[in-house]
Write a protein that binds this ligand. Structure first.
Ligand code: AMP
Ligand code: GLY
Length: 419
């Protein structure tokens, strides 16, 4: 099969790395890809958000299957467009990807179908939002409605902080049009876990749980990032909690979307908080999480291509998906200053040495004029290790990560020990 993966970060490197192991995949392409992905797939110079360009390329080059990994092209309807062109494509259609693209939509869905989540109200007028914050008191959470790269959420400790956030979103348009609607919700407490699940719209198969580390600095301090590292499985996610999540959250969400005429085919990301009242949904994403994907796919034994096809064909109930009985850890190596200001273009050394002990996924790299690897993003690399125990996996990931250097390299030193 000729397969195209859309995207170009660490998540897409992990997906391509796994698909390259499939005997079914004879030609693998990635658009736009990156310097690390180029080891396992041929990179194609089409932007991930260029829906027409991507469909044209896939058709002209006779792709048999397309895997759309990032949120933006999903929300833009890339899967719908591929289907219209007769190309099987993995990922939700736009009418289901809205689960991530609109928090107002996802909160309403959860309310209607009694899926546990924080209590909330949606606002389009600033004065009403401010009055609600005043009435509820703090702590309280203020979120922009649309996609904001994980940065449109303020967990406010005081009423003033919450009001300031609402003003910035709704009056100052800090997040552009995404902030014209805000969701204000109850502040939940408890450890956070991610569960990624494969689904064909009827059957849902959760992958091993994982735990992202979203803050930039050790001790869960500093600004929110796309994710600085992850482990799998997190010790807090017990079999009893997993059972409750399946009954109260995973299957009900899939059934709700189908009942609404928006069947969800692809990977559904459940961002969960294990509160004293039980597991509740913090957020849904319509795709693999990054960096969670890198550690979870490292634990997958089954051919990923078989799973992607079963999701598209609606036959997931017939597939036996197997996982290594191990644990995993990914440590992200970022450019100093990420997620705010950072420089790019620094040479990277130590990749070969690190690659002997762990799998190094490239998130933001490019090749320099002499074929050397250069930093090319906020998150640069994801060093991923698996081992029989979580402690061993964490130690192995850090041992490998310490071989790598580039100017202003920043990594957290407490991945797996922060919660
Ligand atoms: P989101 O983009 O919705 O995942 O929010 C980003 C982060 O903000 C989450 O990972 C949580 O750590 C935090 N957060 C979001 N909603 C809540 C909430 N209702 N209560 C407590 N923390 C929250
Ligand atoms: N790691 C969080 C996300 O992918 O949204």
């Amino acid at each position: 099969m000729k397969v195209l993966v859309v995207g170009g970060g660490g998540r897409e490197h992990a997906i391509c790395w796994k698909l390259a192991q499939s005997p079914k995949v004879t030609e693998l392409y990635c658009a736009p890809g990156n310097a690390g992905i180029a080891h396992v797939a041929q990179c194609v110079d089409v932007k991930a958000t260029d829906v027409d360009g991507m469909v044209a390329w896939a058709r002209d080059n006779a792709m048999d299957f397309v895997m759309v990994a990032p949120d933006d092209p999903l929300a833009l309807g890339m899967v719908d467009a591929m289907e219209a062109a007769g190309i099987p494509a993995f990922g939700p259609r736009a009418n289901a990807a809205i689960l991530e693209a609109s928090k107002a939509f996802s909160k309403e869905l959860m309310k209607k179908y009694h899926i546990p989540t924080a209590k909330y109200q949606t606002f389009t007028e600033l004065d009403k939002a401010l009055a609600y914050i005043e009435a509820q008191g703090a702590p309280i959470v203020v979120k922009v409605d649309g996609l904001a790269l994980g940065k449109g959420v303020v967990v406010a400790a005081t009423v003033d902080e919450a009001k300031q956030a609402a003003r910035e979103m709704m009056a100052d348009h800090k997040f552009g049009a995404s902030g014209s609607t805000v969701v204000i919700e109850e502040c939940m407490t408890g450890p956070e876990v991610t569960v990624l699940a494969f689904t064909d719209g009827k059957t849902v198969v959760p992958m091993p749980a994982s735990q992202d580390h979203k803050r930039a600095y050790d001790g869960n301090r500093g600004p929110n990032t796309g994710g600085m590292g992850a482990i799998s499985p997190p010790p807090q996610y017990t079999p009893e909690i997993a059972r409750r999540c399946m009954e109260e959250i995973f299957q009900p969400t899939i059934d709700a979307l189908r009942a609404e005429g928006r069947p969800f085919q692809g990977v559904l990301y459940f961002g969960l908080m294990l509160t004293p009242d039980g597991p509740k949904v913090v957020e849904y994403n319509a795709r693999f999480g990054d960096p969670e994907c890198q550690v979870v796919l490292s634990l997958l034994d089954t051919d990923l291509m078989d799973i992607l096809q079963a999701c598209v064909e609606g036959t997931l109930d017939r597939l036996d998906i197997r996982w290594k009985n191990e644990a995993g850890c990914i440590v992200v190596l970022a450019s100093g200053g990420y997620p705010l200001d950072y420089q790019k273009g620094y040479p990277i050394s130590g990749l070969e040495e690190a690659g002997k002990a762990a799998t190094v996924f490239h998130a933001g790299t490019k090749l320099g004029p002499d074929g050397e690897y250069l930093t090319n993003g906020g998150r640069v690399l994801g060093v991923t290790a698996t081992a029989p125990t979580l402690d061993e996996a964490i130690a192995a990931a850090y041992d490998a990560a310490r071989h790598i250097s580039f100017q202003d390299l920043h990594m957290r030193t407490d991945i797996g020990h922060a919660f």
